[in-house]
Design a protein around this ligand. Sequence first.
Ligand code: C5P
Length: 201
Amino acid sequence: MSFCIAIDGPAAAGKGTISRAVAKHFGFAHLDTGLLYRATGAKTFEGLTPIEAARSLTARDLDRPDLRSGDAGQAASRVAAIPEVRAALVDFQRAFARREGGAVLDGRDIGTVICPDAEVKLYVTATDEVRAARRHRELVDSGEAVTVEEVLAELRDRDERDSARATAPLKPAPDAIVIDTTEMNIEEAVARVIALIAEAR
Ligand code: C5P
């Protein structure tokens, strides 16, 4: 039986951590769809056009160690505004969403475009400052020398581009449950989401 959980929201709101924990808890597969756009952006650094990059994406492209950087995030958000790039990635995501045994997908357009009939739709958000502080800590822990102001500017820039684009903009699905994690720690956010999903099953 398939069961799809769609988790959307702006950058660094906690979607990834929540999705991984939820997938583990319920024994579902997890797809971080941002990686598809990051890997597409990274392939353009090697001279491919964004559309060629998206159409030729393989599992190996998703394993590159440089996909988490701020530059890869910016490149991702630029290629993600191109309708043909998004179209090239739809079938893979929809097949993943409907696999046997359940799936959690996190991104920007999962509840609105990829899986509008998802059994559970969540929109995870937090204030810009809290999201920047969390992402800053992660980056510093992984050895990147960035300031919190730089991280805040990068997140705002990306969110603005993601929200303003014509195709599949960042926005909650009309029937999504909005979870604001500004005042929550990660354990509280995960517990809340697990409780919501357990109710829907
Ligand atoms: O989630 P993450 O921050 O890794 O996503 C990187 C970028 O990929 C986002 O800023 C957005 O432009 C794009 N993206 C998207 N649709 C998705 C997932 C990510 O447009 N479903």
